[in-house]
Each structure stands twice: as C-alpha cells, then as structure tokens.
Design a protein around this ligand. Structure first.
Ligand code: FAD
Length: 324
C-alpha cells in the first residue's frame, strides 16, 4: 500500500532553495496527520552535505542521487532519478515546488508515474486519509479542492505561501543510484547564462514593488528601484508596462507572467486587472498607490494611497531612509 509523504528538494548550484524548506514543512504537517514519514529526494552533484538542512525542516529521510550527470538540471535525468526512487518506495504523496524547475519536473513525473497532479496549490489538507489540494482557478476567482485517485498523489506548491517551520528530524541519508547511463540522456546543458544584474528573483522576493502603465516610461522606474534597494525588494511590472517596452517580460507579474506571493506587494500605477491580480493576490499584504480612487486594485489592497505615485514614492523613500 502506498505510504509516506515525499518531496523533491530543489537546489541550484549546490544550495537548497527556500521553497524546499516550505514544501518540507508542508509535508511534515501532512505526515504528522497521517502518522507517516517525510522523505525528500535530493538530486544533484556534490549535494549530499545539504541533507542536514532538510532535516531541520522535518524530513526523516533524504534519498540522495549524487552524480556528475546531475550537475545541471535536465528534465530527463532528474525525472528518471525521482521516478525510480518514488516508484520503488511506493510513495503516497509527492510534493514539488511550483517553480520553473518544479513545473517542468512535475509534468514529466506525472507521465512516468502514470498519476495525477494538482498544480500551483496554496493549501493542502488530509480528508479520509487522502490528500486534498487546494488551488486557485480562473485567475484566483475560485479555489478548487482537488483529490487524486492514483498514487503518488502529486501537487506542486506555490512558493512563499507555505511557512517554512523548523522541526528537527533525523534526516537519515539514503544514497541511491538511478542507474542512468550518461549516453542514454537526450539533453545536455552546453552553457548557462546567468542574469548579471544580481536582481532578486521575483518569485522568491519577500517584498515586491511593481509599476504599471502609470509609471509613464523606463526611466521613471528608477524611483521604484531606489525604494526597492532600501527594502531589499524586487521590482516587478504589469503587462501594460512590459508591452510598452519599459520592462522585460521576465519582470511581468500576472496570469501570463510570474505568480508571486511576497509578504508585501506594493502596486504603483497599476489598475488591478484580473489578469494582474491572478499573479499577486496571494501576497500577504498589498499596498496600492493609484491616483484613481475607483481603481479595482483598491478592492484587493490592505492599504491604499489615492495620490500621484510620483509624489508618494519619493516621500516613502525619504521616510524609509530616516528609519534605516
Ligand atoms: C490573456 C491576457 C493575459 C494577460 N496577462 C497579464 C499579466 O500577466 N499581467 C498583467 O499585469 N496584465 C495582464 N493582462 C493585461 C491586463 O488585462 C491589463 O491590461 C493590465 O494589467 C493593465 O496594466 P496596468 O494596470 O499597468 O495599466 P492600466 O490598466 O492602464 O492602469 C494604469 C493605472 O495607473 C494609474 N495611474 C496613472 N498615472 C498615475 C500616477 N501618476 N500616480 C498613480 N497612479 C497613476 C491609473 O489610475 C490606472 O489605474 C492580460 C490580458 C489578457 C487579455
């Protein structure tokens, strides 16, 4: 019988990503309710030493596939390794991050494991011994409760939504070899180009300041960047600003951009179209700065400032400078 709550721990360049601790904590909660163990699959090269970090967040066992062929993420190598160990151990639940890598890996695993998956979940619970995954649909207008009949019951979890809670467990390392000959892999990473700007990744940021059409142009984003620099925030944009060529598509928040869940989201000159809200409405606190008191963003905002952003943002920056 399928048993145990499993996660795929995500690492990049030999460091675990914050979302790995969030999914480990979510898994711990489910496992405690079921009276089962949490196991993590960690795939990479030179990653065995990361196991104790996962143990801190409630992982009982860490299955490690440590091999040079996993130095760079590729769908075929990683999914073959994860599928093998999860299948052999007859996992009941398998959780991944709803990150770029997690979405790609999840889709491949669903095929390899012949099971079902709920993606981009914002809440999980157990009912009748089975997983119930809750996910926003129709741009956040409704929340669907999804049950999966096959095993493992798979779900990807939206980053920054589930709290990372320390809860030390053994984190016993179990090494495994997926037995994949390097020449059997169809893809190979030839080169990796890193964003040299040192920008904070939007999906991992605790604070995001986004600008929309109200910003009026590229140069005007400097006022957001200055405030962001002080707050350690990332700068995002609405699609209108991206379509105008003021910001790159990689900065776009929304239905056709990135889905973010920071602690604080400051929307400047953004009206609050449903497609934008789809990408940020699960933020913990939303602040809207808009000169139109009727803008729909105010219906979602925890705090609203009805005024010209070119007046408000510099005032905010000056106030933050005084505090720091
Ligand atoms: C299929 C589809 C997918 C889409 N995906 C996305 C998506 O991923 N992300 C996204 O953002 N949009 C998306 N859109 C577009 C979306 O519908 C809106 O058109 C877009 O979000 C509007 O961007 P905006 O709020 O910046 O611009 P506007 O709606 O034009 O709003 C600008 C706001 O700025 C305010 N403003 C102007 N000047 C100032 C000032 N000086 N001070 C203060 N406030 C000021 C105005 O009052 C106004 O409310 C999508 C649309 C479709 C059809």
């Amino acid at each position: 019988m399928a048993k145990g709550v499993w996660i795929v721990a995500e690492q990049r360049g030999g460091a675990l990503r914050k979302v790995s601790f969030e999914i480990a904590s979510a898994a711990r909660k489910l496992a405690d309710e079921l009276g089962e163990e949490v196991s993590a699959v960690l795939v990479g090269s030179g990653v065995e030493g990361l196991a104790p970090e996962l143990a801190k967040y409630g992982v009982d066992k860490v299955y490690v596939a440590d091999n040079a062929i996993y130095a760079d993420y590729t769908t075929d190598a990683y999914s073959a390794a994860v599928a093998k160990v999860v299948k052999e151990n007859d996992a009941s639940i398998l959780l991944l991050a709803s990150s770029v890598q997690g979405k790609d890996l999840g889709a491949s695993l669903v095929g390899k494991l012949a099971t079902g998956m709920a993606s981009d979940c914002t809440e999980l619970k157990i009912a009748g011994g089975k997983l119930v995954a809750i996910r926003p649909m129709y741009a956040g207008k409704v929340f669907a409760e999804v049950g999966i009949e096959s095993y493992p019951q798979m779900a990807t979890l939206r980053p920054n939504v589930f709290a990372a809670v320390e809860n030390a467990k053994a984190g016993a390392v179990v090494k495994f070899d997926a037995g994949i000959p390097a020449d059997a892999l169809k893809t190979k990473v030839l080169e990796t180009q890193q964003d040299a700007s040192g920008k904070i990744e939007l999906t991992e940021a605790n604070v995001i300041i986004s600008g929309g059409r109200g910003m009026k142009g590229t140069d005007e984003y400097k006022i957001l960047e200055e405030l962001a620099g002080l707050l350690g925030a990332a700068v995002g944009a609405s699609r209108a600003a991206v379509d105008a060529g003021w910001k790159p598509q990689s900065d776009q928040v929304g239905q056709t951009g990135k889905v973010v869940s920071p602690n604080l989201y400051i929307a400047c000159g953004i009206s609050g179209a449903i497609q934008h809200l789809a990408g940020m409405s699960s933020s913990k606190y939303i602040v809207a700065i808009n000169k139109d008191a009727e803008a729909p963003i105010f219906a979602k905002a925890d705090y609203g400032i009805v005024d010209d952003l070119f007046k408000v943002v510099p005032e905010l920056t000056a106030a933050v400078k005084k505090i720091l």
